[in-house]
Design a protein around this ligand. Structure first.
Ligand code: SF4
Length: 370
């Protein structure tokens, strides 16, 4: 493994420290170049040749590389990224309409939470990603789709179990104090995200939600609830539900909402015949009371081998989805049914880490002859 320090994951204050004794304005220049898409020090034309050589001897601009790209035809793009230790992760861009380009970033390699409906959970946790490995996903996706409008931490892993790296990555992505100015400045300023356009999706890690409430950053929050029937939730999301009982989760969400006044999304993956009962609707209604929430109902995306209590899980029918959504609305819960993208390339919600279908449109490596 290369022992040079990767710079892409360093917030500005840490970058200044790393480049010390170079003056702080040099760190700002380097920060802007990286945010603007530079992949090597050679591209940083407002640094002297001597400084570029010196930086190249000690640091890396990026440490990860894209090894495969798959495009689904529905606007989604999956990148397989190789980390410095050889491990591979996946990350997605979801294109919607003329302007919306959402990056769906991973925060862990695998996941320890073992939700029964999720391929990443079946892989178990390999390790946390560093802030550089998180930020570089956004940089690679931006290279591929030219601009990003939103970021969701909804890829592989549980973001709030890697909170330090998540916070540092968000600090970088929100501009890290880089500002505008010469040398990559205009592109970097455009690349900086408002926290309003960043969503962290958690399976309900109470400690992490409270930490975000108290110390920020004030990002949007989505909670993968699946059901508000505690007993069923424990069977579907055993690790998350055991450690984070629903009353404590609701208190944490209230705290977060009191601090940040942002609407919270409750995600309910719809598992055919499992969590669309009247009892689930009543439980969701009771859980949502006193919170400002939007229910995001997500028809389950099939994952090979996924079973629940001895039986294969199945996708809900159109009629079951419509019935469930209508019942939630009747119960006074604002509900959106999310049309999943990326299933053709095993990139839809819950599918990351699954083998990509052999007939998926494969764009190969970047720069390789098509
Ligand atoms: S749904 Fe999220 S928390 Fe659950 S196993 Fe999958 S990646 Fe982990």
């Amino acid at each position: 493994m290369n022992d040079k320090i990767p710079l892409a994951g360093l917030p500005l204050d840490e970058l200044e420290e790393a480049l010390s004794p170079a003056p702080a304005f040099r760190a700002r220049q380097v920060f802007r170049w990286i945010a603007g898409g530079a992949e090597s020090f050679d591209q940083m034309s407002n640094l002297s040749e001597e400084m570029r050589r010196e930086l190249d001897g000690r640091f890396l601009v990026r440490q990860t590389k894209v090894v495969r790209r798959f495009e689904s035809g529905d606007g989604s793009l999956k990148l397989q990224i190789e980390l410095a230790d050889g491990a591979r992760i996946e990350t997605m861009a979801l294109r919607d309409g003329a302007k919306r380009r959402t990056a769906c970033l991973s925060t862990q390699s695998g996941c320890a939470m073992a939700c029964v409906f999720c391929k990443t959970g079946a892989l178990r946790l390999s390790r946390n990603l560093s802030s550089a490995e998180i930020v570089e996903q956004a940089l690679h996706l931006k290279d591929a789709v030219s601009a990003l409008s939103n970021i969701v931490f909804m890829g592989m892993g549980e973001p709030l179990l890697n909170l330090d790296a998540l916070r540092r990555a968000i600090a970088v992505l929100t501009g890290g104090g880089g500002g505008g100015g010469e040398g990559g400045g205009a592109r970097a300023a455009k690349a900086a995200f408002s926290t309003r356009r960043i969503t962290v999706s958690t399976c309900g890690v109470v400690k992490g939600i409270l930490s975000l409430a108290e110390e920020g950053p004030a990002v949007r929050l989505a909670v993968s609830l699946t059901t508000a029937d505690e007993a069923l939730r424990r069977r579907l999301m055993p690790v998350a539900a055991e450690a984070n009982p629903l009353p404590a989760l609701k208190d944490a969400l209230k705290r977060h909402q009191a601090q940040h006044t942002k609407r919270i999304t409750l995600e309910a993956v719809i598992l055919g015949g499992v969590n669309t009962r009247t009892a689930d609707i009543e439980a969701l209604k009771a859980f949502a009371e006193g919170l400002d929430v939007l229910i995001n109902a997500i028809p389950w995306n099939p994952v090979d081998g996924a079973r629940f209590e001895g039986k294969p899980l199945c996708a809900p029918s159109g009629a079951e989805i419509a019935r469930f959504a209508a019942a939630l609305e009747r119960a006074g819960l604002k509900t959106v049914v999310r049309r999943s993208k990326g299933a053709r390339i095993a990139g839809a919600c819950g599918q990351l880490g699954a083998p990509t279908p052999v007939d998926a449109p494969d764009l190969g490596r970047p720069g390789a002859p098509g």
